[in-house]
Each structure stands twice: as C-alpha cells, then as structure tokens.
Design a protein around this ligand. Structure first.
Ligand SMILES: NC(=O)c1ccc[n+]([C@@H]2O[C@H](COP(=O)([O-])OP(=O)(O)OC[C@H]3O[C@@H](n4cnc5c(N)ncnc54)[C@H](OP(=O)(O)O)[C@@H]3O)[C@@H](O)[C@H]2O)c1
Length: 236
C-alpha cells in the first residue's frame, strides 16, 4: 500500500495530486491550513472514505508540524512519498513585488513557505519515511528557480526561493542517499491554477498525470535531480 503525504492540498496542484492518487487506489494524507474550509477535500472524503485523511498543517508552523507528526507517529504510519507542494508567489500571496518596491518581509515570508518549510517538514517526517521501503521526497520547484534558464527580470523573492529550494533538494539527496530515500525537485510546468493564472498553457490534470508517472519511474539513481513534469532534466 502506498501512502502519500501532500502539503498545500486545499487547491491547485496539491488538490489534483490528492484526487489522482486516490483515484488510482493509493492512500493520501492531504494537509492544508484550514481543513474546515476545503469543500473539495470534503467531497473527496465522501467518495474515498478511509483512503483519504485530511489533516491540518500550516507548513510554516513548528507547532503544526509537530502535532501532525505526533498524530501520525502514534498510529505507526509509514510514508512512502512526501510531496512538498505548498508555495506562495509573494508575501501577500497574490502578486510579485516589483523592483523599486521590494521589502524584506516579502522575502522572509516567501522563503519561509517555499524553501525553509520543505526542509523542516522533510526533517520532521523523516522517521515515517524511513519506516517505508525506498521512500521518495518530491519538492515542487519551478523553472523560475533555474538560474541558467533565467531570461526575465522581476519575481525576486519567488524565483530565488525556488533556486534555494533546488539547493536544499540536492543537499538533502546527498544526506539521504545511503538510506535509499530518493529526493528530487520537479518543475510542474506553467499550469492553470490560482498561482499559474488562466493564461497558463498546461491543464492541471495533464500536469499532474505526467508528474505522477515521472514519480512512479524514479529510483535512487535519480536522487538529486531537477526534473520537469515530463521527466526531462532541467538545468540548475
Ligand atoms: N501553477 C504554476 O504554474 C506553477 C509553476 C511552477 C511551480 N509551481 C509550484 O507548484 C506549487 C503549487 O502551486 P499552485 O499553482 O497549486 O498554487 P496555488 O493554486 O496558489 O495553491 C497553493 C497552495 O499552497 C498552500 N499554502 C500556501 N501557504 C501555505 C502554508 N503556509 N501552509 C500550508 N499550505 C500553504 C495553499 O493553501 P491555502 O488554500 O490555505 O491558501 C494552496 O493549497 C507551488 O510550490 C508553486 O510554487 C506552480
């Protein structure tokens, strides 16, 4: 049985991961900031029953991370796949801040959610990942974090938070290689979500179907890679 823990599962990519993994018979721990305000997850709960566990997790909160870890640990839950998906575009979670209007709180909030939280969550939940055989950590990164592909300006906090997430991914992959835990960063494509916007060329379901097949094909030989939704390696 495969059990998958997903952060930021209330909408967008995280919700679609939850839906598609449930549809194919996996068990999902869908985590979100406000579980009582997620109608879509409640609908999935009615459809998939015990296969879906909806849990509160604000990725930035130590208390929230510890509470969830304790709850899962008390139930001797093993996690085969952790998807660090929760992310924000800016400090106000709406629009990037332009050069000339930058302020430090924007950077600190974006880095806290997009970069620091994935590594702290991976660290916290590691004992449950170790319990499973050859488990996998996927950090949802972005092409925006690729320094060598950068051609545009703007998006200072977001793009640099994803570059730093890529470094976290590579470093963690080295940390966990001997334990046979695979760690990768995946760029999901430019996808129609609240963050991606309606002009994005990729539909949510096709991005996630494709990412799931990339994840299925991963082995420890892939650890430390930065891949796109089709499994192509992305230049750092
Ligand atoms: N869409 C794209 O084109 C695109 C491209 C490249 C990379 N990405 C990456 O893909 C991931 C998902 O993006 P998306 O497009 O699905 O974005 P989205 O539609 O804006 O959804 C973001 C999700 O993150 C959650 N979240 C934000 N802060 C959180 C926190 N502190 N604790 C827990 N959850 C939190 C949100 O929860 P609430 O509902 O509570 O706000 C929401 O579920 C992000 O890491 C993003 O950077 C997206």
């Amino acid at each position: 049985m495969t059990r998958i823990l997903i952060t930021g599962a209330s909408r967008g990519l995280g919700l679609e991961f939850t839906k598609q993994y449930l549809e194919r018979g996996d068990n999902v721990i869908a985590t979100c900031r406000q579980p009582d305000k997620t109608e879509e997850l409640e609908r999935l709960q009615k459809e998939f029953g015990e296969c879906l566990e909806i849990e509160q997790l604000d990725v930035t909160s130590e208390k929230s991370r510890v509470n969830l870890y304790q709850k899962l640990s008390d139930k001797s839950i093993k996690i085969n796949l952790l998807i660090n998906n929760a992310g924000i575009i800016s400090g106000d979670e709406k629009e990037s801040v332009a050069f000339g209007e930058l302020y430090k709180e924007d950077f600190s909030k974006v880095f806290l959610v997009n970069t620091v939280s994935p590594i702290l969550i991976s660290e916290r939940f590691l004992p449950l990942l170790k319990e499973a055989n050859e488990s996998v950590i996927v950090n949802i990164s972005s092409m925006s974090g690729s320094i060598s592909n950068r051609t545009r300006s703007g998006g200072y906090a977001y793009s640099s938070s994803k570059s730093a997430l890529n470094m976290m991914t590579k470093t963690l992959s080295n940390e966990l290689k001997e334990r046979k835990i695979t760690v990768v960063a995946i760029h999901p494509g430019w996808v129609k979500t609240d963050m991606g916007g309606e002009n994005a060329p990729l539909e949510l379901d096709s991005s996630i179907t494709s990412i799931i097949s990339v994840i299925d094909s991963l082995s420890i030989a892939d650890t430390g890679k930065f891949l796109d939704w089709q499994g192509n390696e992305v230049n750092w």
